[in-house]
Structure formats: structure tokens, C-alpha cells
Design a protein around this ligand. Structure first.
Ligand code: 1DF
Ligand code: MN
Length: 343
């Protein structure tokens, strides 16, 4: 932390209280959740004896020496930490509301113990949008810097206005909503699971990008124009698609092809450029990062590691090898995160 003229702030880092594993084990065993992606993913992380699954299990629950040592070894100064995917979104409504509060209290204690290293995001239960909005306010009072949602909740999407109290609360507080991946909902996951494509390799991105596009197309950002949305994994590929999204959305609307697809106040690319901030989690690949900086602006791209799921210290210098000035590297690793999350 001496020679470098900037801090490295990692913005999409996961944790869970140890008993989340028991909750998930029960959900997998009792079949209460109609979500094959969840079952496949958590069977692996709960049961596999692979080195990777064992590391993830140990590292997720550690908010003390192991995590701090891993951050030090990779040269990460600060982490913005959130409850792991899919958080409470796999639980029944009442359990989800209570567990979100509990997980937020656990995280708030860790942030209080290490205020120079950790920041937190508020976990919410979209199953109860009014309770979620109240928890967003409580999280704000606890000092959390944003809100995390892990894409679909039991196969339901926030394009449905019944979830909009969550968007409204984020906009009102000026606090970013981090739309983090989940495995694809049951209607799209089947053909992916049989090829091993349901998880972080690909399914996460199409699930999460589709969710964000559903929210935009529903007009949610016309209703909440000040909403700040953070998106990982280089924007889940949305930046690459902006031209075609604008072209085809315009064509669909002009043709009045779908009764529920109405004209919007802005082009899809305008919502993405004006309301989205993207992070480099899982994507330490210079061509992709440089493309995103070019399309969205160098003030819109933030560094993330995705600890513990992608703890690869060599990816830090890989990210730093982008074609960028020292000032732009400082924006990527430090000041964009400080500005967006109000650190
Ligand atoms: C994985 C990746 C799993 C991420 C995650 O949650 C997760 C993975 C269970 O690699 O299986 O959040 N991720 O953010 O990329
Ligand atoms: Mn992640």
C-alpha cells in the first residue's frame, strides 16, 4: 500500500453467516424451492470435496484474519462486502425477511471492527417489498453503502411493479442497487444445466442481463430516473449489445408488436450510460474492460474481484495492464467506487 498512488477497492465481494449453509442444505433437501439452478449450484458448494468448493465454504464465512490475509496477499486495500448469491431470495418470505436483518447485523459488526478495510451492502428480501424498503433504510442507518439483489426471486423479476418499492427506496436514499447474478430461473436453466452452462460461466450473465433489460423495458427508470444500478462482470455483456438493443427495441415499439412493450423516454443505451455503473468482477481481461470504458466512460467502470468465488491474485496485475493513464487506473480502482458508493 506504499508505492501505488491509489487504493485498490474491490466492489463485489461475498460473505455469509455460517448457518446460511444449513438453511440452504434444508432447502435443497426439502424441495421447497422450485429453482433447479439453485439446487445444482448449492449441491456443489455444500457437498463437493473439491479444493475450490472447500475454499469457498471456508472463505465465505470468514470476516476476520483469513479474508484480510487474502486481501493483503492480492494487494486489495478495501472490500465492499455483500451477502452471497442468492442470499435470502431462496427462502420463504418470513424467513427471508428475518434472515436479511440477521445477515445485515453480522456484516455491520464486521464493518465496525474493520472500518478501514470493509464496507457493506444491505441484503433484502424482495419477497416482501415493503419490508425490503424498510431494511434498505435500516441498512443506510447502519452505514451500508448500497443494496444487493441477486436477480430473480423464486423465478420472479423486478420488472413487476410490485417490487418497485425497492427501487423507490434506493433512489430516495441515493444508494446504489447492485444487481448481482443468480442462476437462471427455471424457465431458462434446463438446457444450460445439461451442458454445465448454468453458473458463473454463462448462465449468471444471461439471467442478470435479462433481468436488467426487463426492468428497463418495463419503464422502471422512467419512474425512478435517479436510480443508480451497479452491475458486475463487465455489465453482464450489456455494453456489447447496446447498438442492437436500441435498434431492435425501437423497431418493436414502432411496430407495436407486443402489447406490454411501450415507448420509453430514453433509448436503452441512454439508461445504461446514465444509470449504470459496471464492475470488472470475474473479467480481468483488458479488451473487455477497455471496451466498457470506451462505451460507458472511464468514470463508469469500477474494479471488483468476486472473492471468494474468483480469488486469483494474478488477476489484479492483469486488470492493471489495461491501456490506461495513471489517472484512469486510479478511477478504476479507487475514486469511481468512492464516488458511486459514497465511501
Ligand atoms: C459463483 C460465482 C457463485 C459468483 C456465486 O454465488 C457467485 C461461482 C453462489 O463461480 O460458482 O456469486 N459470482 O459472483 O461470480
Ligand atoms: Mn459475485
Amino acid at each position: 500500500m506504499s508505492e501505488r498512488p491509489y487504493l485498490r477497492i474491490a466492489t463485489e465481494e461475498a460473505f455469509c453467516p455460517p448457518d446460511l449453509f444449513d438453511r440452504y442444505r434444508r432447502i435443497v433437501a426439502d424441495g421447497s424451492l422450485d429453482d433447479p439452478g439453485f439446487v445444482t449450484q448449492w449441491r456443489y458448494y455444500l457437498e463437493s470435496d473439491s479444493a475450490r468448493a472447500a475454499f469457498v465454504r471456508e472463505a465465505l464465512v470468514d470476516l476476520e484474519s483469513r479474508r484480510l490475509a487474502d486481501m493483503d496477499a492480492a494487494g486489495i486495500d478495501q472490500a465492499i462486502i455483500a451477502l452471497t448469491s442468492p442470499g435470502v431470495q431462496a427462502m420463504e418470505r418470513a424467513d427471508a425477511v428475518a434472515y436479511a436483518r440477521y445477515a445485515n447485523d453480522v456484516l455491520a459488526d464486521a464493518v465496525r471492527a474493520h472500518p478501514d478495510r470493509y464496507h457493506g451492502l444491505t441484503a433484502v428480501a424482495p419477497q416482501d417489498p415493503e419490508a425490503a424498503a424498510a431494511e434498505i433504510e435500516r441498512g443506510h442507518e447502519l452505514g451500508f453503502k448500497g443494496v444487493i439483489v441477486h436477480s430473480h426471486t423464486a423465478n420472479a423479476y423486478m420488472s413487476d411493479p410490485k417490487y418497485w418499492p425497492i427501487l423507490e427506496a434506493c433512489e430516495a436514499l441515493g444508494t446504489p442497487l447492485y444487481m448481482h447474478p443468480n442462476t437462471p430461473s427455471k424457465g431458462m436453466v434446463g438446457p444450460l444445466i445439461e451442458s454445465g452452462l448454468d453458473g458463473a460461466i454463462w448462465g449468471f450473465a444471461i439471467e442478470t442481463a435479462s433481468h436488467l433489460l426487463k426492468i428497463l423495458v418495463a419503464g422502471a427508470l422512467d419512474r425512478f430516473p435517479g436510480l443508480k444500478i451497479a452491475v458486475g462482470h463487465c455489465g453482464e455483456a450489456i455494453p456489447f449489445w447496446l447498438y442492437r438493443l436500441d435498434h431492435m427495441h425501437g423497431a418493436i415499439v414502432r411496430a407495436n408488436r407486443y402489447p406490454d412493450v411501450k415507448p420509453l423516454e430514453r433509448k436503452i443505451s441512454e439508461y445504461v450510460r446514465e444509470n449504470f455503473w459496471i464492475t470488472t468482477s470475474g473479467m480481468p481481461w483488458p479488451p473487455a474492460i477497455e471496451f466498457c470504458q470506451r462505451v460507458l466512460g472511464v468514470d463508469r467502470v469500477l474494479y471488483a474481484m468476486d472473492y471468494p468465488y474468483q480469488y486469483v491474485p494474478e488477476e489484479v496485475p492483469m486488470t492493471e495492464s489495461i491501456d490506461a493513464s495513471p489517472e484512469v487506473l486510479r478511477m478504476l480502482f479507487q475514486t469511481n467506487a468512492e464516488a458511486l458508493f459514497g465511501l
